[in-house]
Ligand binder design. Structure first.
Ligand SMILES: Nc1ncnc2c1ncn2[C@@H]1O[C@H](COP(=O)(O)OP(=O)(O)O)[C@@H](O)[C@H]1O
Ligand SMILES: [Mg+2]
Length: 353
């Protein structure tokens, strides 16, 4: 966990500026197919400091995994820039440099299920393409054994097959596999979804230990703000393709400024009574539906406008520039981070009178 002033002077390890990702698709209408475009991510900017955990929170379909896949460069950004360490990720050509594939690794919900069932754990962990070192087979196996111990399994598990393990143990194996090439950055995309709570806690504790031991930097993606709050130093809140607020985790919790962040918090804490947002405007956070209609056109305004109890004209016509949370009012003099909301622009203050 960071926070020292020396760390703040160093450039961020991950820097994303104005990232926009669109997908072209075909929609079959009554008479003919029409090409439609999905604006999955619009003008997202954030950074992650070395050794830090940045949480990325938002409901299903808001664009979180698209950001993850763009960072890993399995998809190419439509516009914007990404720098990770020394790597100009947006400048990569067709093939991603091998060194980058070792530098940044992904662990997701499906990782546990994606282990090759016909290979032993030892074979899975000693595939040459995972390691940058060109080591002998024996040396690779030794390292694989050490990593298994590090993730809470035993060296003799090298001889067993993935199906012999529980979901939580398989996720540990997937974590060990991600660590083989000595990555500096881990993208954790809903890494503990679909696990029971005790297993979730164990895997999260393991990730915390590994981060401290190995100096790893995490982007931790989840739809559950309550969970992310405990693991992240700072949190970026995403709604329908846009990042709407970024702040230290405790400040997001104690003084959320964006109406959507407030909604997320109030829904998590007290689903049945909500002083800010009346019931018909509340989001059904249980749905996994794609957020279709909104994403098929670029939203020039704030995507939350249809649900925001405070919305006024400017909210439909433009998306606000990031405003420093510090100095918005006297409520939190040492506020950090940014909020993207017209309520705090001059237009908003004028409307509020
Ligand atoms: N390969 C793709 N082709 C077309 N649309 C996509 C593709 N991947 C994601 N999308 C769309 O982009 C939006 C964001 O998706 P995603 O990043 O997976 O959200 P999240 O991870 O927050 O649930 C959704 O509307 C989704 O349907
Ligand atoms: Mg996702």
């Amino acid at each position: 966990m960071t926070g020292s002033s020396a760390a703040e002077l160093e450039p961020a390890l991950v820097e994303v500026n104005d990232l926009t990702v669109t997908f072209a698709g075909t929609r079959w209408g009554w008479l003919s197919p029409s090409v439609n475009k999905t604006w999955a991510v619009q003008e997202a900017s954030f950074h992650v400091d070395a050794g830090e955990t940045l949480g990325l929170v938002g409901e299903s379909g808001s664009g979180k995994s698209t950001i993850a896949r763009t960072l890993l460069r399995t998809i190419k950004p439509t516009s914007g820039s990404i720098r990770v360490g020394e790597f100009d990720v947006t400048g990569f050509g067709r093939s991603v440099p091998r060194a980058y594939r070792h530098f940044i690794q992904l662990i997701m919900q499906e990782s546990a299920g994606s282990l090759n069932p016909s290979m032993t754990v030892g074979q899975i962990l000693s595939q040459p393409r995972l390691s940058s070192r060109g080591e002998s087979a024996q040396r690779q196996l030794d390292r694989a054994g050490n990593l298994l111990v590090r993730v809470g399994l035993r060296r003799r598990d090298l001889q067993h097959y993935p199906h012999e393990y529980s979901g939580g143990q398989r996720q540990r194996i997937a974590i060990a596999r991600a660590l083989i090439g000595d990555p500096k950055v881990l993208i954790l995309d809903e890494p503990v979804s679909n696990m029971d709570v005790p297993t979730q806690n164990q895997v999260i504790n393991l990730l915390g230990e590994l981060q401290a031991d190995l100096g790893l930097t995490y982007l931790f993606i989840a739809h559950d703000l309550a969970m992310v709050r405990h693991v992240a130093d700072r949190i970026a809140v995403m709604y329908h393709s846009r990042i709407v607020e970024i702040a230290p985790s405790d400040q997001i919790h104690d003084n959320p400024r964006h109406p959507y962040t407030q909604l997320l918090l109030s829904t998590a804490a007290r689903p049945e009574q909500d002083p800010v947002i009346e019931p018909e405007r509340r989001l059904d956070l249980s749905t996994d539906d794609d957020l279709g209609p909104w994403s098929s056109v670029p939203h020039y305004g704030c995507p939350f406008v249809t649900r925001c109890p405070h919305a006024f004209e400017s909210c439909s016509s433009s998306f606000p520039e990031p405003l420093a949370r510090a100095g918005l009012d006297d409520a939190e003099p040492d506020a950090e981070g940014v909020v993207m909301c017209h309520l705090f622009t001059e237009a908003g203050r004028a409307t509020a009178g």
